[in-house]
Design a protein around this ligand. Structure first.
Ligand code: URP
Ligand code: ZN
Ligand code: ZN
Length: 708
């Protein structure tokens, strides 16, 4: 009872805040969603909600509209166990809540492994459909049967639609391509949206998505075809705002191809028009951003992050919420994070765990690569499915024996599989076996400070492993991508391979361009700089910059993997091998590369845009939806001030970590306004976005033959 009161209270609060945010009165909100002011008042007061189930039912009845409400399976199963979805019980509760006389037409036993249940309340044209899908196989049939029922529903039927999703719903579109018309997303919330748009509802339709764990209203959307408007013209939404038109004027558009003065019109989530003098030519917008004196660049893309990565007995500290928010402050609007397959578990479990971490939390868009810890017949077979689900890259390691390490045979098998399924193998290339020998010798000699982390991991070990994995990829006939390349030895291996015509690609990271082995000194303070591969002697840096200029290195990502100095890095006091490996950086990359690259005269501003945004989008199957300023592209945009100066510091950064590797460093260049799919999420140092607004980016395998 207490729980349901809390849910009702949350729902009430959300309605109130929706109203405040939309600046509408109760009456106006009521008009939009077809409720009387009294009904809105009652809902805002949480009236009529005695139990959580009744809350939802009450909402549906009160709305007097077709609505869809989504549950997730982990919520519903306890409800079944508690008897709430028992036919009689459920019917009685709904009747009590809304005063409706109901008739239950039973279907299958909801407890059966593949069961689905269909609860119909058909008095006075109200139908409640409850679909429980325990297995993916059921979903197509369930959707088809709902479709048939809705088709039979008389005009004006009100539908309260309770969707109970299965765990891995994102596989459905592949399996039942004919069933769902919408581009199928991975998240439960989006699934509800997708199915509600793919199954044509009666004339009026709406959608409410409520997080049933908390009762928070995440979306309330009404469609009203009678007004002859677009699909969802009368939207009252906390998850999806009304389409906004934003005009960005007077800026210099900088892309990988060149720079030009033009205005950009955003309609909803994407770029609608690019041209000179749009405002003067009568183009109107809800908001106009004057970008005079500033650049407009595509939102930066960081294809190497580790939010909440388990490592060395602890977890990387940033969550998808804090990490993507920090990224946004630094002009990065999309990240691709590494989901982890734990030893002995399936890829599926690892990927689902990462979806759960990100969904509802990320403030900006995100995709996943998959870390493979076990290569065996089962995981090899799973790889193909992941490619189809928009996770087409697999990271394997020649480092970290006993943790992520794979031997050459395993790596080769994974490469053979990607040769068939079109995916990409990403390699952490350091000879971990040899490193462990040197590290053990150093510790035995009493050399336990973090500095020796850098000493133990010879550049030649990175060069050897890089050459080896490229050779294996050549043998398997697949493209290969070397992550976090740090040493000239490894760069030479990549360059030689590319000169041979091999599809070998590589990234480096800001830490290898701006920091050096010296930073690992200074006693235990050096732990702040422990990452793998380690920081190298400073004379490697120039060659990495040359690699970027000559395109032997295609891009710069961060390998963002933050651990607090106090409480996490100090796990390695007395033994550098126990310092959790990884550095924070997702917020600093764009400015560091602008300052150290463009301002320092090493690269052009166009190449800067290419290595922070366009090349990542192309190599990782997101272009031109992302990484471009073009009509139809996502309106992920940054108004960048190339002249502003600021000082990097842990006191002011937004990453959830207690130090900065660049503390006190002054840089030129700053992201002033950051838009994610048309919404301003950062403006003049203030976060204006919303937790959970980020979407999973389903990526197609890139055509690497055309890129190289
Ligand atoms: O030190 C690093 N790079 N930590 C993150 C894990 C990895 O190897 O990318
Ligand atoms: Zn790595
Ligand atoms: Zn990494």
């Amino acid at each position: 009872m207490r729980e349901s009161r809390a849910i009702a209270a949350n729902l009430a609060r959300d309605l109130r805040s929706t109203r405040r945010r939309r600046r509408v009165t109760q009456r106006q909100l009521g008009d939009r969603v077809g409720l009387s002011q009294a009904q809105i008042c009652a809902l805002e007061g949480g009236a009529g909600a005695q139990t959580s189930l009744e809350t939802w039912v009450a909402l549906g009845i009160a709305l007097d509209r077709p609505i869809a409400i989504g549950f997730t399976r982990d919520v519903v199963e306890p409800l079944i166990d508690a008897g709430h979805l028992d036919a009689q019980e459920c019917t009685a509760r709904i009747a009590a809540a809304g005063g409706w006389r109901t008739r239950f037409e039973a279907a299958d036993d909801p407890r059966s492994p593949s069961g689905s249940t269909d609860l119909r309340l058909d008095r006075e044209g109200v139908i409640v459909l409850t679909e429980i899908w325990n297995r993916l196989d059921d979903l197509g049939a369930a959707a088809r049967s709902s479709d048939r029922k809705l088709a039979r529903a008389p005009a004006g039927t009100r539908v309260l639609w309770l969707l109970v999703d299965a765990a891995a719903n994102h596989a459905i579109v592949r399996r039942y391509p004919g069933v769902l018309k919408a581009r199928f997303p991975a998240s439960s919330a989006a699934w509800v949206r997708a199915i509600s748009t793919s199954i044509e509802p009666p004339a009026e339709a709406g959608l409410a998505w409520i997080d049933v764990r908390t009762g928070r209203l995440r979306e309330l959307r009404i469609r009203d075809r009678r007004r002859g408007a677009r699909d969802d013209p009368a939207s009252v939404s906390s998850d999806q705002e009304e389409p906004m038109r934003t005009l960005i004027t007077n800026g210099t558009i900088v892309t990988a191809e060149g720079a030009t003065s033009a205005d950009v019109l955003i309609d909803g989530e994407s770029i609608a028009q690019i041209g000179t003098g749009l405002a003067a030519n009568g183009v109107t917008a809800d908001e106009t951003i004057d970008a005079a004196g500033r650049w407009l660049i595509p939102g930066a893309i960081d294809v190497h992050t580790h939010m909440e990565l388990p490592f060395g007995g602890t977890f990387a500290k940033d969550t998808f919420e804090t990490g993507t928010r920090a990224a946004a402050f630094g002009g990065t609007t999309t990240i691709v994070d590494f989901a982890v397959q734990s030893r002995g578990k399936s890829l599926r479990e690892g990927l689902d765990a990462w979806h759960a971490k990100a969904e509802g939390n990320a403030v900006a868009d995100y995709g996943f690569h998959m870390i493979m810890s076990d290569v065996n017949d089962d995981t090899l077979a799973e790889m193909d499915g992941l490619v189809d689900e928009g996770v087409p890259d697999f990271k394997l390691f020649t480092a970290y024996p006993g943790v992520f390490y794979s031997d050459d045979g395993a790596i080769f098998r994974a490469m053979q599989q990607t040769a068939k399924n079109g995916g990409l193998i990403m390699m952490h290339a350091e000879n971990g076996m040899a490193i462990d020998v040197v590290a053990a010798d150093l510790v035995a000699d009493g050399k336990t400070d973090p500095y020796y982390h850098g000493v133990a991991r010879y550049p030649i070990f990175e060069g050897e492993a890089t050459n080896r994995v490229i050779r294996l990829a050549e043998a398997a006939g697949v493209p290969v991508y070397i992550v976090h390349l740090s040493a000239r030895d490894a760069l030479n291996a990549v360059r030689e391979a590319r000169d041979r015509g091999v599809k070998a690609f590589a990234e480096t990271c800001p830490q290898y361009l701006f920091l050096s082995l010296d930073d690992l000194g200074n006693g235990f303070n050096g732990a702040k700089f422990v990452c793998s591969p380690p920081l190298r002697p400073a004379d490697h840096q120039d060659e990495l910059w040359t690699g970027l200029v000559k395109d032997d290195l295609q891009l710069v990502s961060t390998d963002h993997c933050p651990f607090d100095f106090e409480g996490q890095k100090d796990l390695g006091k007395g033994d550098f091998r126990k310092v959790p490996n990884g550095l924070p950086g997702v917020e600093d990359r764009v400015d560091l590369l602008h300052d150290g690259g463009v301002v320092a005269g090493r690269i052009t501003k166009e190449r800067w845009v290419e290595i922070i945004s366009t090349a990542p989008a192309k190599l990782f199957g997101m272009y031109p939806t992302k990484g471009a300023i073009a009509v139809g592209s996502d309106a992920d945009l940054v108004v960048y001030d190339p002249n502003a100066r600021h000082t990097i510091s842990a006191k002011t950064h937004h990453m959830d970590v207690d130090y900065s590797c660049y503390e006190g460093r002054e840089v030129q260049g700053r992201s002033d306004i950051v838009l994610s799919r048309g919404s301003v999420i950062v403006r003049d140092g203030q976060f204006t976005g919303r937790k959970g607004a980020g979407r999973f980016v389903k990526r197609a395998p890139a055509d690497h033959a055309r890129i190289s």
